[in-house]
Design a protein around this ligand. Structure first.
Ligand code: HEC
Ligand code: HEC
Ligand code: HEC
Ligand code: HEC
Length: 393
C-alpha cells in the first residue's frame, strides 16, 4: 500500500502535482529529495546497456541466480543508487562491487539504478516451515540432558541441580566453565562436549523460561538454624534464596545435596569464585546442611525475563522501516521480501559485526543470535513481494 503511494507519488511529482508526493517528501530532505526527483524522471531504458555488465552476477533483469548475490529488481532507485555510490566511495566494502562501481560515472549509476528499479520483482522462495526459534531449538538439544536434569529442567535426582528458571547468563557461564574445564565435573564436561556456542545459548534460553518447582529432596538439615546462617547470604542471594541480582544465582527450591556440594566446593577451593570464598569460610558441615535444607524448602520464583521473540515478532519490528511484509515504500530502505535467503543472513551478520556500516541496522542486528538471523532470512526470502505498482506508461 505504502509502495503504491510512493510510486504514485513519484508519478504525481513528475506531473507537477504535489499532494501525492507525501511519502517522498517526508522521508527525504534537501539534496536527497532533489536526487530522488531526478531519479524518478530517468527513462529506465537508458540504463539497459550498462546493466549488461551486471548480468553475469545479478542475472537477467536483476534476478540473481547466486545465493550470495542480491536480487536488484524492483528495489527503489534511490536505494540502489546510494548503495552503488557507497561501494564506489568506500562507505560499503566489497572488492568486486567497488571495482564495478568505480568504472561507472554518476549518470551511469543513476541510469542503471532506474533500470533495475523498473524491473519486475523477484519471486519468493517457498521455505516450508520456519526453523525453530531459540527456545524451541534449545528444547530439542536439552532432550539429552533430561535424564539427569529433568524434561523441563526440574531435576528429581539428589545431587543434580535444577536448571529451570535459572538466569541465562548463569547457565551459559556454568556450561562454558565445564566445557573449558575450569569448573571440573566429568559428567558435565562430557555432556557438553559436542555443543557449539549457539547451542549453549539456546539451551540456556530454554531452561531460563521453564517454571522452576521446589525440589523433592530437601535433605535432613534444620531449616530454622539454616535461616539464621542464611542471613549472611541474603545480601546477594535474597532473603529466601530468590536472588534479584542478575549476576547471582537463586538458591530457593534447589536440591539440598547439590547446594551442600556446591557450597563445600567454594569452601575447599575446587570451585574458585572470589565473591563466594569469604561468605562460606567459617561454615561448619552442620551449618551447610542446615543452610541447604532451608533453601531447598523455599518456593522458587521465575525471574522476569523477556521471552525471546519469534521471527514474526522480529519481523513486525523490521517492517516498521522495511515496509509491510518487507516491501519498502521508503526510498531509504531496501525491500527484504523475496530477497535471497543467504544474502539477507550475510547482510545481518555484516551489520552485527560492523563490516557493513549503518547505525540503524547495527542497533537492529546487535541482539539477534544466529538462529534468529537464519529464521528472519527464511522468513523474508519466502515472503511475496506483493507489489502494487501503478501501471507503467
Ligand atoms: C562479479 C559479480 C558482480 C558484478 C559483475 C556486479 N555485482 Fe553487484 N553485487 C555483487 C555481490 C556479490 C553483491 C553483494 C556484496 C555485499 O555483500 O556487499 C553485490 C551488491 C550489489 C548492490 C547492493 C544491493 C543491495 O541490496 O544492497 C548493488 C546496488 C549492485 N550490486 C549493483 C550492481 C550493478 C549496477 C552492477 C553492474 C554495473 C553490478 N552490481 C555488477 C556482485 C556483482
Ligand atoms: C549424567 C547426568 C547429567 C547429564 C546427562 C547432564 N548433567 Fe548437567 N549436571 C549434572 C550434575 C551432577 C551437575 C552438578 C555438577 C557440579 O557439582 O558442578 C550438573 C550441573 C549442570 C549445570 C550447572 C548448574 C548450576 O546451577 O551451576 C548446568 C548449567 C548443566 N548441568 C547443564 C547441563 C546440560 C545443558 C546438559 C545436557 C547437554 C547436562 N547438564 C547433562 C548432571 C548431568
Ligand atoms: C557477595 C555476594 C555473595 C554472598 C554474600 C554469598 N554468595 Fe553465594 N554466590 C554468589 C555468586 C556471585 C555466585 C555465583 C558463583 C559462580 O558462578 O560460581 C554464588 C554461588 C553460590 C552457590 C552455587 C549456586 C549454583 O547454582 O551453582 C551456592 C550454593 C551459594 N552461592 C551459597 C551461598 C551461601 C550458603 C552463602 C552464605 C553463607 C552465600 N552463597 C553468600 C554471591 C554471593
Ligand atoms: C530503523 C529502521 C530500520 C529497522 C527497524 C530495520 N532496518 Fe534493516 N535497514 C535499514 C536501513 C537504513 C538499511 C540500509 C543500510 C545500508 O545502507 O547498508 C537496511 C538494510 C537492511 C538489510 C540489507 C538489505 C540489502 O538489500 O542489502 C537487511 C538484510 C536488513 N536491513 C534487515 C533487517 C531486519 C531483519 C530487521 C529487523 C530485525 C531490520 N532490517 C530492521 C533500516 C532499518
Amino acid at each position: 500500500m505504502k509502495r503504491m503511494m510512493f510510486t504514485i507519488g513519484l508519478l504525481a511529482m513528475i506531473a507537477g502535482c504535489s499532494d501525492e508526493s507525501e511519502v517522498t517528501s517526508k522521508a527525504l530532505t534537501g539534496s536527497d529529495r532533489t536526487l530522488a526527483a531526478k531519479l524518478a524522471q530517468i527513462d529506465p531504458a537508458a540504463g539497459q546497456s550498462i546493466a549488461a555488465w551486471c548480468v553475469g552476477c545479478h542475472g537477467e533483469d536483476g534476478i540473481s541466480l547466486d545465493e550470495n548475490t542480491p536480487h536488484l529488481a524492483d528495489q527503489l532507485s534511490f536505494y540502489l543508487f546510494k548503495q552503488i555510490k557507497a561501494y564506489k566511495e568506500g562507505g560499503r566494502d566489497n572488492p568486486t562491487m567497488t571495482a564495478v562501481a568505480r568504472s561507472l560515472g554518476e549518470d551511469a549509476m543513476m541510469n542503471v539504478a532506474a533500470f533495475y528499479a523498473s524491473r519486475p520483482p523477484p519471486a519468493e522462495t517457498p521455505a516450508g516451515d520456519l526453523g525453530d526459534g531459540p527456545v524451541e531449538a534449545g528444547r530439542v538439544l536439552a532432550a539429552e540432558c533430561a535424564g539427569c536434569h529433568g524434561e523441563d529442567g526440574n531435576s528429581d535426582i539428589p545431587g543434580t541441580p535444577g536448571l529451570a528458571g535459572n538466569l541465562p547468563a548463569d547457565l551459559i557461564a556454568a556450561m562454558h566453565a565445564y566445557k573449558a574445564g575450569t569448573r571440573d565435573h566429568f559428567l558435565m564436561q562430557a555432556a557438553l562436549e559436542a555443543f557449539s556456542l549457539e547451542d549453549i545459548n539456546n539451551i540456556a534460553l530454554f531452561y531460563a523460561v521453564q517454571k522452576p518447582r521446589r525440589t523433592e529432596s530437601p535433605g535432613n538439615g534444620d531449616p530454622v538454624a539454616g535461616r539464621r546462617v542464611a542471613r549472611s547470604c541474603a545480601a546477594c542471594h535474597g532473603e529466601d534464596g530468590n536472588s534479584s541480582d542478575p549476576n547471582t544465582p537463586g538458591l530457593a527450591g534447589e536440591d539440598a545435596e547439590y547446594l551442600a556440594v556446591a557450597t563445600k566446593a567454594y569452601l575447599d577451593g575446587t570451585r574458585d569464585y572470589m565473591m563466594m570464598k569469604h561468605p562460606v569460610a567459617a561454615l561448619s558441615d552442620r551449618d551447610i546442611e542446615n543452610l541447604a535444607t532451608f533453601y531447598a524448602i523455599q518456593e522458587p520464583r521465575l525471574q522476569t525475563l523477556r521471552r525471546p521473540l519469534t521471527a514474526e515478532d522480529w519481523a513486525a519490528r523490521c517492517d516498521r522501516c522495511h515496509g509491510e511484509n518487507g516491501v519498502s515504500g521508503d526510498p531509504r530502505f531496501p525491500s527484504l521480501s523475496a530477497q535471497r535467503r543467504e544474502y539477507i543472513a550475510d547482510a545481518l551478520k555484516a551489520y552485527r559485526m560492523e563490516t557493513r556500516s549503518s547505525s540503524m541496522m547495527r542497533a537492529m542486528s546487535a541482539p539477534l543470535n544466529e538462529t534468529e538471523i537464519e529464521n528472519l532470512a527464511v522468513y523474508y526470502a519466502s515472503k511475496a513481494r506483493a507489489v502494487a505498482t501503478a501501471p507503467e506508461q
